[in-house]
Design a protein around this ligand. Sequence first.
Ligand code: IPE
Ligand code: IPE
Ligand code: MG
Length: 250
Amino acid sequence: MNYIEKIDMERVPQHIAIIMDGNGRWAQLRGKERQEGHQAGAVAVRQLVEDALKLGVKYLTLYTFSTENWKRPIAEVAALMALLFESVEEELFVKHNVAFRIIGDMSKLPDNVRDRLNGCVERTANNNAMTLVLALSYSSKWEITEAVRSIASKVKDGNMELADITDEAIDNALATSFMPDPDLLIRTGKEQRLSNFLLWQLAYAEFYFTEVLWPDFNKEELCKAIYEYQCRQRRYGLTGEQVTNDEKTL
Ligand code: IPE
Ligand code: IPE
Ligand code: MG
């Protein structure tokens, strides 16, 4: 099936979030080191950014390295950091008018990686074709804890009332405050779990799980996920009939 031609270009999700899993298994299946899987994964990321851009996706959030991933063997962590340093291609973002952002605990990153990424964030801040967000040294529980802490300190200092702690105030205290919630969550690599990713923001996202390992994920696989998303009805608690009638009056 050619999903690239099947999708409705008018209804491409505005924000796609991806848990890019399966690099290690991809390498092991080929008798290679895990690190080679990560390298192949980085090639897939580069291609995917261009594909998402062409499809008109406005926000692409990629789970790149979790808080828990710091517990991996030192050599794998070091190799991932080196790969990150060399893979963030500012020229590519400039060429395609892509804004680059990071969510996560940047203080844990090696200085050279942090400086390079921060520079890239600053220099692409005014780009507006698409926003590419890397979740790096990220976990949702870390993010929510930070948000709770910042809200609590405002209340303690008398700068915020308890009644001001609303759904919206919490959105604004999260690292993702600059963008809408994801419409579609994709996880590659067979597992069906969130692994501490965007717990708050995925409240009404559509979930799509695939066995395809991350380095094999390509435009056709992306379009397949978008096609499945487009076949669903997002009801947000309403009845199917209410949603259909709303669509008719639009
Ligand atoms: C995802 O691939 C990349 C990172 C978590 C950094 P994995 O490295 O988790 O690959 P598997 O799950 O071991 O196959
Ligand atoms: C999730 O993958 C994190 C990233 C893709 C960066 P993991 O491979 O770390 O997740 P678990 O450990 O299988 O849940
Ligand atoms: Mg994994």
